[in-house]
Ligand binder design. Structure first.
Ligand SMILES: [Zn+2]
Length: 329
């Protein structure tokens, strides 16, 4: 595939999907439903070691539910993270590759079965390699505070992301999904890294938000998006793992700040206590609400919509159905 064609895969998918494509839902949430347990800083990446077939099964469940994009199980998988568990660099790199391979295998298996049926409503899904923020690796909740402290500078962030980025790209995903980025500094590091590494597949950068107004660091999204707008390596920008009631306002805000595709996949609205590493009960945003709000987010300008933590294939099924039932303008 030519470089231009590769850089256009996201736009092509959105067009095929009728103007708004569906991102999958929470991976670890669904792995846990199947009995996986993550009491570990590596979180769902543990499953890459212990039960890779289960990851593939969950990818297939999301495809069946109508996801147009699968996000790989590499969010919390990092080379220093694996090393701290006693794995060698080579073993860690193989696990990163495997995260992409599992999603590609699930996509191909699903599509091989669907493409021979004359009538179905599925699109050939894309595989987005997940790259969690530096804070996700620290596993101290800083992906939601944006506070990396004074010793973390641009070069440290680039060095942290560089090798994982190279390994994931070599494994052949369709795009890169940078997730829960909490501050301007990390956005800058990623923009520079994509340029330095001359990455030839599209990326999206998603920020988290804890106040519905700004990046978790308190920096304005205008500051963050000005950096991203300057990069032609980044196709889409948006919000993930923020509460769903922030999304509509943030889509409207982003629409004014960028010409790039807007991507949103909020969590269910339950509150993650990053220090205690547990979900605090709160009034939950159920699937019915996702159904109602998915079309509002689309009408506000989002072109990629899915779910993050605590959302499941049933959430994605209602989102997919709602978006297909009333295709947008
Ligand atoms: Zn999440």
């Amino acid at each position: 595939m030519g470089i231009l064609k590769k850089m256009g895969v996201l736009e092509d998918l959105i067009e095929k999907a009728g103007g708004c494509a569906v991102v999958d839902g929470g991976l670890s949430t669904q792995l846990e439903k199947h009995g996986a347990q993550f009491n570990d800083a590596l979180w769902s990446a543990v499953c890459l070691i212990q039960d890779p077939d289960l990851i593939k099964r969950v990818h297939l469940e999301y495809l069946e539910a109508g996801a147009d994009i699968l996000i790989t199980s590499s969010y919390q998988a990092s080379l220093p993270g694996f090393q701290s568990k006693g794995l060698s660099i080579e073993e860690g790199e193989l696990l990163l590759k495997k995260s992409v391979e599992l999603a590609v295998q699930a996509r191909d298996k699903f599509w091989d079965a669907k493409k021979i049926i004359s009538e179905h409503s599925y699109n050939r899904a894309l595989v987005a390699a997940s790259i969690g923020s530096y804070g996700a690796y620290l596993a101290d909740g800083s992906e939601y505070s944006g506070c990396y402290g004074p010793i973390v500078d641009l070069d440290k962030l680039k060095d942290f992301h560089r090798r994982r980025l190279q390994v994931l790209v070599e494994a052949g995903p369709d795009l890169l999904a940078f997730e829960t980025i909490p501050n301007k500094l990390e956005a800058q590091a990623l923009v520079e890294l994509l340029e330095e590494e001359n990455i030839q597949i599209p990326s999206w950068i998603c920020f988290s938000s804890v106040d519905g107004e700004n990046a978790p660091s308190g920096e304005s999204f205008k500051e963050c998006l000005d950096i991203i707008n300057s990069s032609n390596k980044i196709s889409a920008v948006g919000i993930n793992c923020a509460p769903p009631h922030f999304v509509q306002g943030l889509v409207q805000k982003f629409k004014e700040l960028t010409g790039k595709v807007i991507v949103v996949y909020p969590n269910s609205g339950e509150v993650w206590d990053g220090r205690a590493k547990r979900w605090l009960p709160s009034k939950c945003f159920d699937d019915e609400k996702f159904k109602l709000f998915a079309t509002r987010w689309r009408d506000a300008g989002a072109k990629l919509i899915g779910g993050c933590c605590r959302t499941t294939p049933s959430t994605i099924r209602v989102i997919s159905k709602a978006l297909k039932e009333n295709s947008g303008p």
